[in-house]
Design a binder for this molecule. Structure first.
Ligand code: SF4
Length: 428
C-alpha cells in the first residue's frame, strides 16, 4: 500500500455536474497489485518485478490472500551491493532474467515491472528490456512498464501494462487487425459470453486486450473500433487512438442497462439491424433484469458512499442508483477521465457532485458525517470504518470478481446487498 502526500488544493472544473479536484493524502494499493489478475489472464507471461523486499511482500500477500497464485510472477530484489553502481544493477537483472528463462522455457512474454525505489527508477527498464530483447530475440517478448506506487494506483497498473502491449504490437506484421478490440481484463467466463454475443450479432473479427497468450495480442489500425470494458484505461485508449483506432462512446457493461448500452454502441458502429439486436439481447436482458430485481428489494433506499480507489466508482454508482434504487450520497474517484466517462455521466444525469483525487482525512470525515448504510473503499480503510459501526465493501473485490455482462448483473447487485443483509442479521 502506498500513501502519497500531494499538494493540497481544491479547484472546480467547468463541467456539469461539478467535479471538484481535491489533493491530499491517499491510501490505495500500487500498480504492482494488478499483476495478481494480469498473470492469471495472460497465461504464457511472467511478471518480474524489479523492486525491494516491500514489493515482494506486497505481491505475495496480495496474491496469496486473494487467489490461488500460479508461480508466474517474482521479484528481482535489488540488494544493497547492487546500489553501489548502475552497472551492478544491470548485471544483476541480466543474471536473474537468464536464470529465469533457462528454468522456465514456457515463458513467451516477460514483463519487467518497475517500482518505487530510486535506484529502480534510475535503472531505465525500457533500455534494459531492449537490451534483453536483442539477446533473447525469437525466444521471448520483453515488455517493460511501471507499477510504482508513486505513479500508479492498482488499476492504473493494468493501464500501464496494456499501453506497453499496444506500443509493442506496432512492430508486429504477422497478423491482421481485428474489426473490434475489447480493451480491459475480463474474466474468461465473461469474455466467452461476450464472444458468443458478438458472434450472434455478426460483429467480428474481435480480439480481447489483453489476450490469453502473448501471440494473440491484437494490433489496431485505422479500421479498428475499440470498446472499453474497464473504465481505468486512459493511456491504453490514447495509445490505441495513436494507431488510428476509434474508441466507441459507451457506458460500461455493468448491470442490465449498462451491458445493453455497451453492446448497442458496438451494434450501431457495425450497422447491426435493431431487429437482430433485440432478438439476440432480449432473453439475457430479461434474465438480468429479473436477477437484479431480487436484489433491489434489499438495496432500495439504502444510502451508499464511494471513497476513491478503483476508478469503477462512477459506473457502479450509476448501476446502483438506476437499477437498484440506492441513494448515492457521495462519489470520490482517484482519477476522472471526462472522455471515457462521458456516456456514464449522461446516463447518470442528476447525481451528487463528484470529487476527483480526494484527501483521505477529509473524505473519511465526510463519510463519518453522512453515516451511509454502505461505503465502498480500499481494504486499508474498511477495518477502521467497520470499527466505527459503518458497513464497508472492498472495491478491490469488484476487480477480482466477474461482474460484467447480463449474466453477472444479479451477482453484482448481490455483492452490495450481502454486507447489508449480514449487518441486519448481526443487529437482530
Ligand atoms: Fe511499495 Fe512502491 Fe513496491 Fe508498491 S512499488 S510495493 S508502493 S515500494
Amino acid at each position: 500500500m502506498t500513501e502519497a502526500v500531494l499538494a493540497s488544493d481544491s479547484t472546480s472544473l467547468s463541467t456539469s455536474p461539478v467535479i471538484t479536484v481535491e489533493r491530499g493524502q491517499r491510501a490505495v494499493f500500487c500498480g504492482l497489485t494488478s499483476i495478481v489478475w494480469l498473470h492469471r489472464k495472460i497465461q504464457d507471461a511472467f511478471f518480474l518485478v524489479v523492486g525491494s523486499r516491500t514489493c515482494a511482500h506486497l505481491l505475495q500477500s496480495a496474491a496469496g490472500v486473494m487467489i490461488f497464485a500460479e508461480p508466474r510472477f517474482a521479484t528481482a530484489i535489488l540488494q544493497d551491493r547492487d546500489l553501489a553502481g548502475m552497472a551492478d544493477c544491470h548485471e544483476e537483472l541480466d543474471r536473474v532474467v537468464e536464470e529465469l528463462l533457462a528454468r522456465r522455457p514456457e515463458i513467451k512474454t516477460l514483463f519487467l515491472v518497475g517500482s518505487c525505489p530510486s535506484e529502480v527508477i534510475k535503472l531505465d527498464l525500457n533500455n534494459a528490456a531492449s537490451r534483453l530483447q536483442t539477446r533473447h530475440s525469437g525466444r521471448v517478448r520483453m515488455v517493460a512498464y511501471s507499477g510504482s506506487g508513486i505513479e500508479t494506483t492498482f488499476t492504473q497498473g493494468e493501464d500501464k501494462c496494456l499501453t506497453e502491449l499496444v506500443e509493442a504490437s506496432k512492430h508486429r506484421k504477422d497478423q491482421e487487425s481485428p474489426a473490434l478490440i475489447i480493451a480491459g481484463t475480463l474474466s474468461d467466463i465473461v469474455e466467452d459470453q461476450f464472444q458468443r454475443m458478438f458472434d450472434a450479432l455478426g460483429i467480428g473479427p474481435i480480439a480481447f486486450l489483453p489476450a490469453r497468450s502473448g501471440d494473440a495480442m491484437p494490433r489496431a489500425d485505422a479500421n479498428t473500433k475499440v470498446l472499453l470494458a474497464q473504465p481505468y484505461l486512459t493511456e491504453t485508449a490514447h495509445a490505441l487512438k495513436g494507431q488510428g483506432a476509434t474508441i466507441l462512446n459507451a457506458p460500461f457493461p455493468l448491470g442490465a442497462e449498462g451491458s445493453l448500452l455497451w453492446l448497442k454502441a458496438a451494434a450501431d458502429a457495425f450497422g447491426v439491424a435493431d431487429t437482430l439486436f433485440d432478438e439476440v439481447t432480449a432473453a439475457p436482458l430479461a434474465r438480468a433484469r429479473q436477477a437484479v430485481s431480487y436484489q433491489r428489494e434489499k438495496l432500495k433506499g439504502k444510502r451508499i458512499a464511494f471513497l476513491p480507489d478503483s476508478q469503477l466508482e462512477l459506473p457502479l454508482a450509476r448501476f446502483l442508483a438506476r437499477e437498484c434504487e440506492m441513494n448515492v450520497e457521495s462519489i470520490t474517484t482517484p482519477f476522472h477521465d471526462p472522455h471515457i466517462m462521458a456516456s456514464e455521466l449522461e446516463l447518470f444525469g442528476d447525481h451528487p457532485d463528484m470529487i476527483e483525487g480526494g484527501d483521505l482525512e477529509s473524505r473519511l470525515e465526510h463519510v463519518r458525517e453522512l453515516r451511509p448504510d454502505l461505503t465502498v473503499c480500499g481494504m486499508g480503510i474498511a477495518n477502521p470504518l467497520e470499527a466505527e459501526g459503518l458497513r464497508s465493501k472492498w472495491s478491490i473485490e469488484l476487480i477480482f470478481s466477474p461482474i460484467q455482462g447480463f449474466d453477472q448483473a444479479g451477482d453484482l447487485a448481490g455483492l452490495f446487498s450481502r454486507p447489508l443483509t449480514r449487518a441486519a442479521r448481526l443487529e437482530v
